[in-house]
Design a protein around this ligand. Structure first.
Ligand code: MSP
Length: 529
């Protein structure tokens, strides 16, 4: 599925009217783990995120704050940039739809679609809610007895001129593409939903809105028609192409993975590919839709005011480390077709089980014993002594291979689980071979050294598989084993080759990488930025 030498991954671009919350952070983290994994695999990687700024609501919110739409958007875009920096997100670019590089290229695409007849003026008829100044869908209008769902005032049938995209013309080609590329929409349950809906028929979609009186000059005008602006969703989707539509970056297209939440899958798996077909562009490799986070068993919503926001995530990062937050979100999150719960008790349980008692503990045991029995110098392999029936080079290579295959199939939690499983095998190995007992017999020193060599080497390699989730902590783990990873300078196949540690390098006994957490302690206090 993935190209051998390049990888282009995107997140949705986020509405600037929102403050960053766990939903935005999660999609972005998944993309970050995918990007890091692919860089590790030696692929030239481009990771894009950004902000979606041309919604009409931005104009109103800016006015409320006494700011121009641009100043308001800039201020809020900054909040996203900062949040992602705090979470150690390694995006290569951050695109804002208000930037000229985007608006100019977007206008070019629309012009191409007008020229080909894929976008044309037509009549839009719908139920207009005069009290809210918005259209209500046919279904919602019926459900509410043709009254405003918000105010209960009567809806009116309204017709206006609008530009339409000829979506209907692409239904068969899209279905054929989805059938020929089983990995195009993931996970599978979501693909089946989308296919079912496409089979019910695709209608042409409006892609513009009429310029109203007192227009705030916000949004891209329809080429050749100053009476209409490009609808915000069409504007936003095109960011994935505008960002790489330069001579230097063109080779990154098509995207290998568009990561999105389930609520916006239709736009990405149907409208966007059809727009691309109309433009004559290649289609993305995969549109991956994750499910939702809920919080302590309850849906998060604006009205409940219980969104898990940056101050809360920052509180956790302060108490447990940012990599622990990344680990929890990445491995316990709603990557598949079911929602996941952010519950404090579960956070502590996972932190203790996976990080304090597994990764941290294994490193501690190994470095402590190297300190005690090998004078703090990483021992060499010493023949086959101490191996028992453990073929470590093959065990480690198997874990790396499976992790890479899972990452290619966009199963990031599965890839990371391979790293944790390898750590746990090291623990099992120490438990089974008991070097701390053998060390009491001076004739067994060679065997002890060999066991510790294999344990340390396997931990180093496990660190590579875990690195996309916990870059800071894994780099610390390597330093403790006297190794510095040339990440980005050598592909994983080389980095993970058995025997990377330097015999004689100093192993460092330091503070625990992940100090154990007290399950009875209250959740960390939110930390304002
Ligand atoms: N601007 C559009 C996307 C345009 S992309 C061409 C948009 N923006 S958004 O700010 O609303 O971003 C929403 C992203 O956060 C989506 O991927 C959405 O699924 C995700 N989440 C919002 N709430 C969420 C949860 N409770 N849990 C997980 N992710 C959720 O949509």
């Amino acid at each position: 599925m993935t190209r051998p030498d390049r990888f282009y991954v995107t997140t949705p671009i986020y509405y600037v009217n929102d403050r960053p919350h766990i939903g935005h952070c999660y999609t972005t983290l998944l993309a970050d783990a995918a990007a890091r994994m692919n860089r590790l695999l030696g692929r030239e990687t481009f990771f894009l995120t950004g902000t979606d700024e041309h919604a009409e609501k931005v104009v109103a919110a800016a006015a409320e704050h006494g700011l121009s739409p641009m100043d308001w958007a800039s201020r809020n875009a900054e909040a996203f940039r900062e949040a992602f920096a705090e979470l150690d997100i390694s995006n290569d670019d951050f695109i804002r739809t208000s930037e000229p590089r985007h608006t100019e290229r977007l206008a070019g695409y629309i012009r191409r679609l007008q020229d080909s007849g894929d976008i044309a003026l037509g009549d839009y008829e719908g139920w207009w809610d005069p009290s809210q100044e918005e259209y209500v869908t046919e279904t919602a209008a019926r459900e509410h007895n043709f009254q405003s769902p918000v105010t209960g005032r009567p809806l009116v049938k309204r017709t206006e001129k609008n530009y339409f995209f000829r979506l209907s013309a692409y239904a068969d080609r899209l279905l054929a593409h989805i059938e020929a590329h089983p990995g195009f929409i993931r996970p599978e349950a979501r693909r089946n939903e989308v296919v079912g809906r496409i089979r019910q028929g695709l209608q042409d979609v409006p892609v513009s809105r009429a310029v109203q009186e007192g227009d705030a000059d916000w949004g891209v005008l329809m080429p050749g028609d100053p009476g209409h602006r490009v609808y915000v969703w069409i504007d936003a989707l095109c960011n994935y192409l505008t960002a790489v539509d330069t001579p230097e970056r063109r080779a990154f297209w098509p995207a290998d993975a568009h990561l999105v939440g389930k609520d916006i899958l239709w736009f990405h798996a149907v409208i966007w590919p059809c727009l691309l077909m109309a433009l004559g562009e290649d289609l993305p490799g995969c549109v991956y839709a994750h499910s939702y986070w809920i919080r302590e068993g309850r849906k998060m919503s604006k009205s409940l005011g219980n969104f898990l926001d940056m101050p809360t995530l920052r509180g956790y990062a302060g108490a447990f480390g940012v990599d622990a937050v990344r680990w929890f979100l990445l491995t316990q999150g709603p990557a598949g077709a079911t929602d996941a719960d952010f519950a404090h008790a579960r956070f502590v349980e996972v932190y203790n089980a996976d990080l304090a008692n597994s990764v941290g503990n294994a490193l501690n045991r190994v470095t402590n014993m190297i300190g005690r029995y090998c004078d703090g110098a990483v021992p060499d392999a010493g023949g086959s002594a101490g191996l028992a029936d453990h073929d470590w080079p093959a065990i480690a290579a198997g874990a790396v291979e499976r992790a890479a295959a899972k990452a290619d199939a966009m199963d990031l939690p599965g890839a990371l689980a391979e790293g944790l499983a390898l750590v746990r095998r090291v623990d099992g190995y120490i438990h089974a071979t008991e070097p701390f007992k053998l060390a009491k017999d001076p004739s067994k020193r060679g065997e002890v050294a060999a066991i510790l060599h294999h344990a340390a080497e396997a931990l180093r390699i496990a660190g590579l598989v875990l690195w996309p989730a916990m870059p800071g902590k894994m780099e610390a783990l390597w330093r403790r084993l006297g190794w510095e990873a040339p990440i980005g300078r050598a592909p994983l196949s080389e980095l993970a080759r058995w025997g990377g540690l330097t015999p004689g390098a100093r192993a460092v006994i330091g503070d625990p990488l992940f100090p154990r957490a007290d399950p009875a302690a209250p959740p960390p206090a939110p930390a304002p930025g």
